[in-house]
Design a protein around this ligand. Structure first.
Ligand code: FES
Ligand code: FE2
Length: 435
């Protein structure tokens, strides 16, 4: 069981908290490159409980800094983004993306002390359409992790951001708790609804999988398994990657170039970020080619606002009980809630802003959740004690090629061999397609 003290350690991410300091030792995804235009409007960005401003300067560089001007704390949100810097509108002080004060406009030249003033800025960079930020020690910046989905050209992937109103951990754990698919998402779908060639039909035929897990250099990995037929096993592999990533087995592993991050905005709001190679994600289709009930994949979003919590909000939320249709729940989908992500949103938000983990009764199907909590708690405590991070966890190559997904393999093959063989097949297919 997870104690109240352990829950607090896992869930609190503000500056100065053990988990918050641990998370700040890794690059975090912050937004889309397309959200910021050169000399465009500064954007409010809430990350790990810090109110930040993001902007793109005239030269195209990204600046991410505390929203408070270091003069008298007026917000840079109202600032003028002009000529390679952001100028506070209160007294005209101007700062570049590195936080250097480049103009102290209201101070006479002989009293100017701009060389002594810095805005609190964080290193930001971009790769293939994604903005990354590093909020830890600015003199010890690690490499960007080699996450496969973010190594693909921007034109070949789809990005998806959706805000969730609950703590990051309970949101992320939905990606590790893969047995819920057969209920929450497909509970009303019969075992013969999917085509013969769809390996996903196995999760409809057998809704009570076993799990196997282990620690990895980057976090944890685990697989749900059940018999596919007399001679084969159906595997669904998932990974947790420090500090906010979950790779879930949504699609067959040979095509599943997918990464999902659950970035705390504060302890009760989380920004979900997904990168997925185009054409992998499609509606689960029934034999007759129709979409399965409740399996709508696209998100219905409200227009973004400039509020701290104004980006990427779903149209359906707690106010309308996520649009639940009780009639559909009786005769159509398992939930009566329309959309896979919305179903996840409703259930994880319904746990409360920060779920009470002493209330839980975790089962063998939650083994990857249990192992991941333990892995994080141990890593955070070790960091708190002597500043040591899990060995290799900040190296780019540690996550190179890590992939989640489902497949079938002969039942005598061990789980790790099955994973390696499937990865090798995927690589071979990719090489053939390229060659
Ligand atoms: S508060 Fe920003 S310049 Fe004075
Ligand atoms: Fe789900």
């Amino acid at each position: 069981m997870t104690s109240q003290a352990e829950s607090k350690l896992l869930c609190e991410t503000g500056a100065g908290t053990p988990m918050g300091e641990f998370m700040r030792q890794y690059w975090l995804p912050a937004g889309l490159s397309s959200e910021l235009e050169a000399d465009g409007d500064p954007m409010r960005l809430m990350l790990l409980g810090e109110k930040l401003i993001a902007f793109r300067d005239s030269s195209g560089r990204i600046g991410i800094m505390d929203h408070r001007c270091p003069h008298r704390c007026a917000s840079f949100f109202f600032g003028r983004n002009e000529e390679d810097g952001i100028r506070c509108v209160y007294h005209g002080w101007k700062f570049d993306v590195d936080g250097n004060c480049v103009d102290m406009a209201n101070v006479p030249p002989h009293q100017d002390f701009k060389a002594k003033v810095k805005a609190k800025s964080y290193k930001a960079t971009e790769r293939n359409g994604l903005i990354w930020v590093y909020m830890g020690d600015q003199t010890d910046i690690p490499e960007l992790p080699d996450i496969e989905a973010n190594l693909q050209p921007e034109a070949e992937v789809d990005f998806r951001f959706v805000q969730r109103r609950c703590n990051w951990l309970q949101a992320l754990e939905g990606d590790l708790d893969t047995s819920h698919l057969s209920f929450l998402h497909f509970g009303s779908v019969g075992k013969d609804a999917l085509n013969e060639e769809s390996t996903q039909r196995h999760l409809l035929a057998n809704r009570a999988p076993e799990f196997i897990v282990q620690d990895t250099d980057y976090g944890t990995m685990g697989a749900a398994f059940r018999p596919a037929d007399e001679d084969n096993t159906y595997w669904r592999f998932a990974h947790y990657i420090f500090p906010v990533w979950a790779f879930s087995p949504n699609w067959p592993m040979d095509v599943n170039i997918l990464a999902r991050a659950w970035v705390p905005m504060d302890d009760e709001h989380t920004m979900f970020m997904e990168i997925i190679r185009k054409n992998v994600r499609s509606a689960y289709k029934a034999k007759d080619g129709k979409q399965l009930a409740g399996a709508m994949v696209m998100d219905r979003l409200r227009p973004n606002s400039t509020d701290w919590f104004g980006r990427w909000r779903l149209s359906d939320d707690t106010e309308n009980d996520y649009g639940i249709d009780r009639g559909v729940q009786k005769t159509g989908s398992y939930t009566g809630i329309d959309g896979i992500h919305l179903q996840d949103q409703a259930t994880t938000e319904s746990m409360g802003p920060i779920s009470d983990k002493t209330w839980e009764h975790l089962s063998p199907t939650d083994t990857l959740i249990t192992a991941t909590r333990k892995r994080i708690i141990n890593a955070v405590n070790a960091y708190k004690k002597d500043g040591a991070l899990p060995p290799k966890s900040r190296l780019a190559k540690t996550v190179h090629g890590v992939r989640s997904g489902s497949f079938t393999a002969p039942k005598h093959v061990t789980w790790l061999d099955a994973y390696e063989q499937q990865m090798a097949t995927g690589a071979k297919n990719k090489a053939q397609a390229a060659g």
